[in-house]
Write a protein that binds this ligand. Structure first.
Ligand code: ADE
Ligand code: ZN
Length: 337
């Protein structure tokens, strides 16, 4: 369906679920390892790429945390972020909301400010140079303790003007939303947005708890919510956005075939689904590749593709003015295609 691929290429969209550490391409990993005098346990880019075969989320996370160790300086975080922003711009992403995992870096002795300054300098350069706007979301690692999350939150608070919200990622099973209820109560009281990975590998109860205990503004993934029809009805009634990541789900064996991806049921149930890349350097594609492969596997129509893009704009944390501008750009694109 080449004409729909061309439609996707130029479709104005937002990306709402991308981990900046998951955009670290093997080539950049090798370049940063060399720049920082770090030895990688792989002989070549090809050998590293060949290791990207995962049976589950944890197998991926082990490699992802290992890869992130080449990130040391402010410039490293800048280069990582700018490479992603340029790639997203090429996919006609007009607005992006980026996750970062500071605990992955502060645990290794990298200063929180080094991470934040590198990322946010790139975000502001991309806004000026590419017109690509962004928000930043700090994710707590759920395999660590809530006290560790609280300490990280306190590190972030002096920089609150550069952080839109807080999320929850890493190993889902055995680390339910309830473990982080206290820290998210503080996060919300301080006026931040809240998101959480839920229902990627974890059961539907984790999705319900993300809603009830963490009071999230969006659910990241949400696949397994489909196992519970009352929960699906609630997600539809509340127009709760889901940031869905099909190629990630395929790479991590959350689905065995894109043709069985729950996006079809999500759309049919009227859920506010969006398409995203999650960790594109590891999962074989940036956001447009997610649109294209999902379109082909699920026979998505042009109207459904347009709805997914519209959902990405309406579910974003952009200011009302920016949101109106983004929606105007989408509407004029749709009027001429
Ligand atoms: N961190 C990076 N990618 C993730 C994913 N897909 N699920 C949970 N944590 C992550
Ligand atoms: Zn994710």
């Amino acid at each position: 369906m080449t004409d729909l691929n061309a439609f996707i290429d130029e479709l104005p969209k937002a990306e709402l679920h991308v981990h900046i550490e998951g955009t670290l391409e093997p080539e950049l990993m090798f370049a940063l390892a060399e720049r920082n005098g770090i030895a990688l346990p792989y002989g070549s880019v090809e050998e590293l790429r060949a290791a990207y075969s995962f049976k589950n989320l944890q197998e991926f996370l082990d490699l992802y945390y290992q890869g992130a160790q080449v990130l040391i300086t402010r410039q490293d975080f800048y280069d990582l972020t700018m490479a992603y922003l340029k790639r997203a711009h090429a996919d006609r992403v007009l607005h992006t909301e980026i996750f970062f995992d500071p605990q992955t870096h502060t645990e290794r002795g990298i200063a929180f400010e080094t991470v934040l300054d590198g990322i946010t300098t790139a975000l502001s350069d991309a806004a000026h140079e590419l017109g690509l706007t962004s928000e930043l979301i700090l994710c707590f690692l759920r395999h660590l303790s809530e006290d560790d999350a609280i300490a990280t939150y306190e590190m972030a608070l002096p920089h609150r003007d550069r952080i839109a919200g807080f999320g929850l990622d890493s190993s889902e099973k055995g680390h339910p939303p309830a473990k982080f209820e206290r820290v998210f109560t503080r996060v919300r009281a301080d006026g931040f947005k809240v998101v959480a990975h839920a229902g990627e590998e974890g059961p539907p109860e984790y999705v319900r708890d993300a809603l009830d205990l963490l009071k999230v503004d969006r659910i990241d993934h949400g696949n397994r919510a489909l196992e519970d029809s009352a929960l699906v009805e609630r997600l539809a009634r509340e127009a709760m956005p889901l940031t869905v990541c099909p190629l990630s789900n395929l790479s991590l064996a959350v689905v065995t075939d894109l043709a069985d991806h729950p996006l079809r049921q999500m759309l049919d149930a009227g859920l506010v689904a969006t398409l995203n890349s999650d960790d594109p350097a590891y999962f074989g594609g940036y956001v447009n590749q997610n649109y294209k492969e999902t379109q082909s596997a699920l026979s998505l129509t042009k109207d459904e593709l347009a709805l997914l893009a519209r959902n990405s704009l309406t579910a974003s944390f952009a200011s009302p003015e920016r949101k109106a501008e983004l929606l105007g750009t989408l509407d004029s694109y749709l009027a001429r295609t």
